[in-house]
Design a protein around this ligand. Sequence first.
Ligand code: NAP
Length: 243
Amino acid sequence: MKTYGLLGYPLGHSFSKGFFTKKFKAEGLSDHEYINFAYSEITEAVKHLRGNPEILGFNITIPHKVNILPYLDSMDPLCSAIQSCNCVKVEKGRWKGFNTDVLGFEYSLNPLLKPAHKNALVFGTGGASKAIVFVLRKLGMEVLQVSRTPGKGVASYEALSVDILKTHTVWVNTTPVGLAPDSESVLPLDFNQIGSAHLVYDLIYNPEKSKLLQKAAQMGATIKNGMEMLVIQAEESWKIWKS
Ligand code: NAP
């Protein structure tokens, strides 16, 4: 068997297994499989995955995109620049890290951008946020990251003034807040400051319209969920594994 999979924890919400299983079937690849590797501890995951010669590649999701870095044998330049990995290719037992979230986010965001989108707020400082911040800065935006534990250049939710919320017209949620089954949860933000010039992007795709996106839509903002990004990053992973 040629085995691919998704490493993360928990994996209840995972889309990738269904996506690749359908893809392999459609392409007649009956000796290919895509399975979930649900490990909360990265050391346990590495012990299991390293010893299996059938594993040719895997994706990585919450909470291991950064945890995996010390276990990679090499990284492609993008993965190395961002220091976050969501795709590993295994060749002769060696692990090479890639980041396909970058393309997924950039390609799905681009058609929605307007000249007024110059300042962005990125909620969360985990693995996915690194790809998001990288893309927004590459596009020339000023980015302010927001965290529950603020620090140098990273604001707290409480510190977001009316002015900041109004002038930062791109908001990106990279936290799991609002993800099913906790779909009633929402970040502690003053949604009244959202206007029609705002673009609110939530990396969450389940539910299709998170509480954050519902509130943003009510205020007239353009909204986008994480589904297109997810599909693009998966297609890019497949290109890497096939190459
Ligand atoms: P991660 O590395 O665990 O990071 C999540 C970050 O969210 C944490 O670092 C934390 O930042 C913040 N956070 C966690 N719990 C929170 C809470 N209760 N309240 C406020 N902030 C909280 O996870 P990840 O890999 O970056 O993934 C994050 C989310 O993005 C997941 O829901 C994942 O499914 C989604 N995602 C979607 C796609 C896609 O293609 N659509 C791709 C990647 C990720 P602070 O500690 O700084 O507050």
